[in-house]
Design a protein around this ligand. Sequence first.
Ligand code: SAM
Length: 300
Amino acid sequence: MDGKLKKPDSSRLTRQDKIYQVNMRSQSKLYHINEEFQIFNRHVTKILDLGYVPGNWLEFSKLKMCEVHGLPEDQINSRCHFLGFDILMSPPPPYTSSMQGNVFSKAAHKQIIDHFKELALREKLIEPETDSQNSYFVNEQTDSRIDEELEKLETGLRELRISANEGPGWHYKPDLILSDLSLPFIQDKGFYHNTQTKPHMRLANNPGLNEPVFNKQKSSIDMADVSLLLSCELLKQHGNLVIRMASVDLEDPELEVLSQRLERVFSRVEERQPGTEDEIFFICLDKKEDAIDKSVIFTK
Ligand SMILES: C[S@@+](CC[C@H](N)C(=O)[O-])C[C@H]1O[C@@H](n2cnc3c(N)ncnc32)[C@H](O)[C@@H]1O
């Protein structure tokens, strides 16, 4: 024995070991980004995670926000909301939400935006109830209270329809967007039903979706661009965007052009390589304006 620790022989790892290793690595990269840039801070309450499956970043975000806001996991939704978006189906971690769709679809962008708008509407209309108000027994006894509530909701909705176009107090936009769009990790659950298994297989066989398999480097740039496009419209002013590009050619001139596009939208853009050589993170801080004209970003 020379006293040195040996690196585990990867050919001896079981499938479960490999899944565990990949998940740990994925969370630890986000951990290091946060240690340096404090992207999870007390100003953050709404987070969108693009490409969330199997859910490492969603889980990490939720636990970090529990720590920051000093709330136990089962009460975190009283303050924070987490939405994961992916083309694959996978149950999101507890106390987070998810949506399935193709990130290149305009309709999917609208659905994500509507999700955050609806959330804000609900927060505005529904005041927290006291325990006695919650009691079904009391509710059944007091029809007049139900009428009153309905009237309040109706008036609220009417007023909101007028002020919904970004009036004061209309804060629906997420403060942080995470983007980890690339080749999926190996399937880790749900082998026994088609809802999870079929999309995994379709991703590799569908010519519109399999770019991350056959054209990794260029598709990384497309995925980063699509996250930027959505952020122009959806991310809050002063909000942050973190993009992981799983596979890049550092000599590719398109990478420099992408970086310039990011700088048009954010006051500060940093690049980091916490993992392998061909992987890069863009940490885009402090969005300059609330709504940014996408056409200008892409035509300048
Ligand atoms: C590396 S994985 C994300 C891992 C996740 N951040 C985690 O730590 O658990 C990349 C994800 O991007 C998703 N993805 C790839 N192409 C997509 C597309 N066109 N629309 C939506 N999601 C896509 C894949 O399904 C995959 O789940």
